[in-house]
Design a protein around this ligand. Structure first.
Ligand code: BYC
Length: 330
């Protein structure tokens, strides 16, 4: 039963627009979940479809940079680990598309929006993976950033999104550890391996900080998304958390983060750090990053090559449905 902020049922119990809005706001105020069949404002639905779909696209496009190393992984063990990780990302994309579908949008339509450039995916996946150390650094930085960003999303106000995030975050934690473990192995190896790790750290650090989005004063969606408790923290707050979490790990690993302004601030009890190049973020989001064209081309080809699988699955589902209908009629 729906109740008001005080815990009592709404006085009117009515179904007029004002009653529905009041019930929705009370649900948000009490930190309860909004579920697919509940009434919700159009803007809330649109925001969720945008964020969840773009998150799903990021998981699917995000398979590409690391998948490029599956055939070149240096051992059977590393190959098996990497295969499993990339498959996990596909799974995350699927949970997220399913969560988006609970909002009344079709997955095929979301895919069209991606392929036609009407929806975005994370900027981070538009950078190249030049060496095997990049696989470790993606696990450490990119999955680490994903954890900072996504653990609070487990408390997001929309039920299916929040629940999908619980499993995604468990898997991201495993991914981060595999990246860190790979880098620990490499930094204990040869001089050339240590240099490879440092080079990858230098290239991925700033793009990883950009994953959190524009600074708060230039983030048009944050205020409303936070009021609706879709987002629980601002972009800058999450970026700071990531820096605070990562600096000690870099020290333990023996690598240097490429930021001359990085230092501990005793007063704030947090690290001060330099400003990422947000003009670069804008360019990459606009499609001008080093690998945007390649990523989209690969996704388009994969979609076309998968057409027969979708047709076969649809034909199989139709056959099963007609069989069970005949079974019921008999
Ligand atoms: N890249 O008002 P703002 C992963 C867009 S997958 C591209 O702050 P919002 C993984 C933003 O969409 C990680 N676009 O927006 C996978 C908005 O444009 P629209 C993906 C960005 O939504 C495989 C505009 O800029 N994670 O972990 O309040 C292997 C203004 O921004 C970016 C998620 O998707 C960017 N970096 O906040 C390994 C998490 N930043 O949509 C790992 C869920 C901003 O108005 N999403 N934009 O056209 C979020 O938490 C939020 O959507 C964001 C942006 C923090 C990303």
């Amino acid at each position: 039963m729906t109740t008001t902020e005080s815990g009592a049922p709404p006085a009117s119990g009515g179904t007029g627009p004002a009653d529905l809005q009041e019930r929705f706001e009370a649900t948000i105020a009490r930190d309860q979940r909004v579920e697919p069949r509940d009434w919700m404002p159009d803007g809330y639905r649109r925001t969720l479809i945008r964020q969840i779909a773009q998150h799903a696209h990021s998981e699917i496009i995000g398979m590409q940079p690391e998948a490029a190393w599956i055939t070149r992984a240096p051992s059977l063990r590393r190959k098996a680990i990497l295969l499993a990780k990339v498959q996990d990302e596909a799974g995350h994309g699927l949970y997220l598309y399913s969560a988006a579908e609970t909002l009344g949008v079709d997955r095929a339509e979301l895919n069209d929006r991606l392929l036609e450039g009407r929806q975005k995916y994370s900027s981070i996946f538009n950078y190249p993976t030049l060496t095997f150390a990049d696989v470790g650094v993606i696990g450490w930085f990119v999955d680490g950033a994903a954890i900072c960003n996504q653990v609070p999303l487990c408390r997001s106000s929309y039920g299916p999104y929040a629940r999908a995030m619980v499993r995604v975050c468990k898997e991201e934690s495993f991914h981060q550890r595999q990246g860190y473990e790979l880098l620990r192995t490499m930094t204990r190896g040869t001089k050339a391996q240590r240099e490879m790790v440092q080079d990858a750290v230098n290239r991925w650090w700033w793009p990883s900080l950009m994953m959190f989005g524009p600074p708060d004063e230039n983030s048009p969606n944050s205020a409303q998304s936070m009021a609706w408790k879709i987002k629980r923290h601002s972009n800058d707050e999450l970026r700071q958390r990531f820096v605070d979490m990562t600096v000690p790990q870099a020290e333990a690993l023996g690598v240097t983060l490429p930021d001359p302004e990085l230092r501990w601030n005793e007063e704030r009890g947090r690290y001060d750090f330099g400003t990422p190049d947000f003009d670069e973020l804008v360019r990459v989001i606009k499609g001008e990053g080093p690998c945007n064209a390649e990523r989209m081309e690969r996704r388009r080809t994969a979609h076309e090559e998968g057409a027969w699988v979708r047709e076969a699955a649809a034909a199989h589902a139709a056959k099963q449905a007609s069989r069970s209908k005949r079974g019921m009629a008999a």
